[in-house]
Unconditional design. Structure first.
Length: 413
């Protein structure tokens, strides 16, 4: 199996510094998983775009050395394993990787490969920026007002998989115990799931969000929770978030209470406002007052809903990038699935994976290259040269294949 994982020549690994930052050489080895279904189509369009941007930005001084690693159907065909240990080891070793979507085989209690990768590598922050590209069809009147980034906790909440079906031995025993010992009144024919939210995971994700706001000169961080109902999980998320801000970021953070009591509603220069919103109200806020929000941080389930809803406001999943980031590795990935009915047709929009590549370049500190990709993408869209998903909603647009859209981005850099 080892032979299939070919380490590229002339490349160097990204390394982790003692203070927990990634140090990126000029010729970093970056592992990639092309993915299932339409994954190979969008990867074939994405890699040339990223290479062209790096070449144009640095004139050959820098270049990415791509290393294919395997997961999903391709891995199963080659090794009869859906997620070989060597893939996880390679990501850990090289720290930064990019991937297309992976099929989750249905039935047999199969765990999603994406969830497994996130949990095994402790990629605790799911990061999804949401920005509007001029000319993209959107269901809202002012999509350009949306410029937010979601930090979604990635490892716990109702996603931790601690749940049992109604009537199972475990569910029956647990319900009986809760009803007897804690005076609960849970119906005996219920399925049960556990929603753990820890201080550790909450502080990890809120710290990442606040640090991002500091690094990127953002003015507002908003914790989104349902603490009015779930006091000791979602409510605690909010309380621990404020506690972390007091403990570690007291010099930069101003809370909403302080803003009005001490600063007459005016955020002092160089400070960041930390506020919180109840999740249901927040879904209205992002539609009605999107300009007031920049960095959003929330538990897993809220983050799942909120990031898709926000991406819809700016024109849909085809242009929604994402990353799963931990302390020792970061995996950048398209946020849509494998769209298997279009596999091999060179048809779908590669924008999500390309923009995930943009996030990766930013993360590597290669902003000159990432800006070129954004410029090329914006121009391709402004020229109305787009893939089928956007073309069918735009008047007078030219429909391009997946690979042609990648080429249009390169031509417009
Ligand atoms: P999906 O693959 O995202 O496809 C649903 C629909 O979204 C497609 O039919 C298409 O809509 C649109 N779409 C998806 N990707 C697109 C692209 N690149 N460009 C333009 N339109 C795109 O969702 P699914 O059918 O529910 O899931 C299929 C498989 O993907 C499942 O095995 C699931 O487990 C997996 N999945 C993987 C990930 C991941 O790896 N991160 C995430 C989600 C799902 P139209 O037909 O209307 O054009």
């Amino acid at each position: 199996m080892k032979d299939a994982y070919v380490v590229p020549e002339n490349g160097e690994p990204v390394s982790l510094t003692e203070d927990g930052h990634f140090s990126v050489p000029d010729n970093p080895i970056i592992p990639f998983i092309e993915g299932d279904g339409t994954g190979p189509d969008i990867w074939k369009a994405t890699q040339p775009v990223l290479d062209a941007a790096v070449k144009k930005a640095y004139g050959g001084k820098r270049s990415i050395k791509w290393m294919e690693i395997f997961a999903g159907e391709k891995a199963f065909k080659m090794f009869e394993e859906w997620l070989p240990e060597q893939t996880l080891d390679t990501i850990s070793k090289y720290h930064i990787a990019i991937k297309g979507p992976l099929t989750t085989p249905v039935g047999g209690g199969f765990r999603s490969l994406n969830v497994t990768i996130r949990q095994k590598l402790n990629l605790y922050a799911c990061v999804r920026p949401v920005q509007y590209f001029d000319g993209v069809p959107s269901p809202v009147v002012r999509p350009q007002d949306v410029d937010m980034i979601v930090f979604r906790e990635n490892t716990e909440d109702v996603y931790s998989g601690v749940e049992w079906p109604a009537g199972s031995h475990e569910a029956t025993k647990l319900i009986d115990f809760l009803n007897r010992e804690f005076d609960c009144t849970i119906r005996l024919d219920s399925g049960v799931g556990i929603k753990p939210i820890s201080v550790t995971a909450t502080k990890q994700i809120v710290r990442k969000a606040i640090q991002y706001a500091i690094d990127q000169n953002k003015k507002t961080v908003t914790m989104v929770h349902k603490g009015n109902i779930m006091k000791f999980t979602e409510g605690a998320f909010r309380d621990w978030g404020y506690q972390l801000a007091r403990e570690e970021f007291a010099d930069v953070i101003v809370t909403e209470k302080d803003l009005w009591e001490q600063h007459q509603g005016q955020l002092p220069e160089g400070k960041i406002l930390l506020n919180d919103r109840i999740a249901d109200a927040m879904f209205q806020q992002v539609l009605i007052r999107p300009k007031e929000y920049e960095v959003l941080v929330m538990p897993n389930l809220n983050g799942d809903y909120m990031s898709d809803a926000l991406v819809a406001q700016v024109g849909g999943l085809g242009l929604g990038p994402g990353a799963n980031i931990g302390d020792v590795a970061a995996v950048f990935e398209a946020t849509h699935g494998t769209a298997p009915k279009y596999a091999g047709q060179d048809k779908v929009n590669p924008g999500s994976l390309i923009l995930s590549g943009v996030m990766m370049l930013d993360y590597m500190g290669w902003q000159e290259a990432s800006e070129l990709v954004i410029k090329g993408l914006q121009k391709a869209i402004s020229n109305k040269t787009v893939t089928y998903d956007l073309e069918r909603q735009m008047e007078g647009a030219t429909k391009l294949k997946c690979s042609e859209f990648g080429q249009a981005i390169i031509n417009n850099m």
